[in-house]
Design a binder for this molecule. Sequence first.
Ligand code: ADP
Ligand code: MG
Ligand code: ZN
Length: 609
Amino acid sequence: MKNDKNIFKQLAIFSVISLVFIILFNALLMPQLTKRSVKETNYSFFLNQLDDGNITQVKIEDSEIRFEVETDNGDKQVYSTGRMDDPELVDRLHKHQEIVFTENFEESNFLLEFLVSWVLPIIFFIVLWNILMKGMSKRMGGNSMSFGKSNAKVYVKAQTGKTFDDVAGQDEAKEALVEIVDFLHNPDKYAEIGANLPKGALLVGPPGTGKTLLAQAVAGEANVPFFSISGSEFVEMFVGMGAAKVRDLFKQANEKAPCIVFIDEIDTIGKKRDGNFSGNDEREQTLNQLLTEMDGFDGKKGVVILAATNRPESLDPALLRPGRFDRRIPAELPDLAGREAILKVHAKAVKTEEGIDYNAIARATAGASGAELANIINEAALRAVRSGRKFVSQSDMEESVEVVIAGYQRKNAVISQKEKEIIAYHEIGHALVAAKQKDSAPVHKITIIPRTSGALGYTMQVDEGEKFLMTKEEALARIATLTGGRSAEELIFNSCTSGASNDIEQATKIARAMVTRYGMSDKFDMIALETVTNQYLGGDTSLACSAETAAKIDEEINSIVKSAHEKAVKILTENMDKLHELAHFLLEKETITGEEFMDILNKESAVLL
Ligand code: ADP
Ligand code: MG
Ligand code: ZN
């Protein structure tokens, strides 16, 4: 790969430089070093040493005599002196039998010299290279130089500690995964019939619905090695690094088969390859490698690949075709029963009072994800500790629902009496409009205690059961309810405040969806004027119509909201007495329940009748 090549190139350049360095060192410096060790001296010194019998070796050349002197304490030193015209030289030398005539003094030092001039420098450069590389990889964030080793964690059963019992309300997903676990335990059962297990399963769903948790539960149940890696861990600085990691991961997986490989947040590497602009080489290579690897291994061997994402629409189609991630396991937001089950699972971990009504909490949390429900239980436990109790109570739970929805109470926020009054009328406006329409969910709670989210008060409506469809009437009733707050302000104070901004936003959203996506307007038939681009992440939409149509859509939205607003004003005008009474009751109490609200509403009408 390109990056591996880079490293080899660097290594080659480095080696050449070191070699040149060593050769120069040997050619220029070594002679000087060795020369210095031979001492120049005069002829009489030579003769003296000869007489004293200190000379051990001698080499006679045409114009030079080299000799080695060994002193009494064993030091050896080579000397050189000019050769005199001395006819007795041979006789003198001959007298000393112990003197050796040698050809080359250096020869005795050959090994040492070789070590010093070649081996040591080479070792030195190797050490230097290692230090350089280490420093470099540290600077580049740890593992960029580790040649594409995947750092997938290997889990075995005990380590995740999660089982399917920890996952509640995702029965379809669990069922699909149980089959995979079963396959890994008894592959023969499947092989007998000739069934191939899906190679890969893709968990899709909004954030916090338990996708990662499901995968961990599979790891806990499957009793086989479980490789877990996040898509972002493949994203590397160098082109080819990610691909090398994918290769390494699958190599490991193949060695450990049967096993499970879990790639979390796969959209980071699995994005559609579009030839648009410059493109991201690294990401595409990583994806290509993943595609190749998924084709490459034998389905019967028992490597199952799980992946999770909340952006399935952004994945490359090649990744989703049969033979790769051919099974899609949805982890949707939990329904009423699911929410209740999730609350119970998490409540097991905390001490609670007897007889907590989880169903009530579940009903109040329509649209909450598993993670939010887990958070609600934890907030409730924290609240119990704060108020010095040993057990979590129903009211802890109910309060923490609001904390998760709207934030903490701002107890010491200073709000003037006038503004409080406006807020009270606003909230009762919502509640009254809701209560007086038959297609509207019952009021559960009304409060004017400000919250940290910025809400100054709110009206909570809770459906009796689970709703999967929304009728046109319900949608219109909902919009009317949302405009109820502002309508009350207009009727009572003859002016309007900024407090309705959130209502306006929501009402517009519903009206827009009615026109563009649900085909609920009179002007347009069943045409999709908008498409949802981000199903699990906020549900962003993009217009799919001409500019003229867009203008007509806006008109239509305006007319829907307008007539709902008029309806709300009408309801409030008809119930002016109750509006006043309820608003004053709320001002006094700050928080009233749905029952209190309905009591006043019904008692009043009974009197009127
Ligand atoms: P994601 O789908 O975003 O990967 P996670 O699996 O990370 O969500 O879930 C986050 C947390 O939410 C979990 O650790 C768990 O405590 C809680 N949770 C989510 N879904 C469930 C569920 N179905 N049952 C029990 N707990 C859940
Ligand atoms: Mg996750
Ligand atoms: Zn409002």
